[in-house]
Design a protein around this ligand. Structure first.
Ligand code: BDR
Ligand code: CA
Length: 315
């Protein structure tokens, strides 16, 4: 199994992405970045998710940056309890896991682990890119040792989810996103538009998942309670979205991407209405370096089969 580190703001779909990664990869550790909900709650959610997978105590969880240090910081960062619930877990209010966070900073863990296994550590980024940007800034020599970075973030159709033009992970820390996208690490990006097109689970899908009747499927049902209502009322979507899970599935089996292309991608930092907007230069008008492989299509059946396999396997 490939070695990965998951960088996450653990809530909702992050948890299922973690379960997916634990299923398909050797997860060396989980690092937490400020994002979805209150920071310490995110740490607890990650620890609890590892326990759900039956791997309590086996995967270290490191605390990283609570705030988007690269950007406007506190002024800008907004948590989204309205999307994922007060606890980020669909208001399930699970008990605390036994495992406690590891000592040391997430960024140091990232740097040390990349040096320990040069060329072997794939990164799965499902949160604002603060930790990863800071790791690159602190020790740029990690860059050539990272074979691939998979990012859930941005959009390739200018339809955001936190503002009309920006996707949440890039919007929280656009400066960090800019540093990471231009770092020369090979990147695959799965944007929000892929998630609304290919990751939606409607009521029928939820019934089929509930029918699996495993610990994994019960967990999936619980954590999706709030996002189901939010998506229907705000995004006019007929079901739950699973951006981070889709990204983890792509990282595990790239062949579920039916289309992808290398493009120049950049981030808007100063736009009055568009801060955090990801520009994908599809027709190469800017003639700049093509820095990101952008996912443009997914085999939905294959993705769904992977999700079901993961949830079925957690008994
Ligand atoms: C991203 O924002 C978060 O709310 C999700 O966990 C996902 O990483 C989607 O825009
Ligand atoms: Ca996330």
């Amino acid at each position: 199994k490939k070695r990965v580190i998951i960088d996450t703001d653990t809530a909702g779909d992050d948890t299922i992405a973690i379960l997916t990664a634990l299923h398909y990869f050797q997860v060396e550790g989980i690092t937490i970045t400020g994002g979805n909900v209150q920071f310490d709650q995110q740490v607890e959610n990650a620890l609890y998710t590892i326990e759900v997978a039956g791997k309590g105590g086996q995967v270290p969880v490191y605390k990283g940056y609570e705030r988007p240090l690269m950007g406007l910081g506190e002024k800008e960062h907004r948590t989204v309890e309205d999307v994922h619930g007060k606890d980020g877990m669909g208001d399930s209010f699970f008990d605390k896991a036994i495992q406690r966070p590891a000592e040391g900073h997430a960024v140091d863990f990232l740097i040390e682990t990349v040096h320990k296994y040069p060329g072997d550590i794939h990164l799965i980024a499902i949160a604002p890119l603060t930790n990863i940007a800071m790791a690159i800034k602190k020790d740029p020599t990690i860059v050539p040792k990272i074979p691939h970075l998979y990012i859930m973030g941005g959009t390739n159709n200018a339809l955001g989810n936190i503002t009309p033009s920006a996707e949440y992970n890039f919007w929280v820390d656009p400066e960090a996103a800019k540093i990471v996208l231009h770092s020369a690490i090979p990147i695959t990006m799965v944007g929000w538009e892929m998630c609304t097109e290919y990751s939606i689970m409607d009521d029928t899908d939820h019934e089929a998942i509930a029918a699996l009747a495993t610990k994994g499927s019960k967990f999936f049902t619980d954590i999706n309670q709030v996002v189901m209502k939010f998506n229907k009322s705000v995004h006019k979507l007929n079901g739950t979205t699973h951006p981070d899970t889709l990204l983890a599935a792509v990282a595990a089996k790239e062949e579920i991407m039916t289309k992808s292309n290398l493009y120049h991608v950049d981030i808007e930092l100063t736009g009055e209405l568009t801060r955090g907007y990801s520009l994908v230069d599809i027709n190469n008008r800017l003639e700049r370096k093509k820095n990101v492989r952008v996912c443009e299509g997914i085999d939905r059946d294959a993705f769904e089969a992977m999700l079901f396999d993961v949830l079925r396997s957690i008994q």
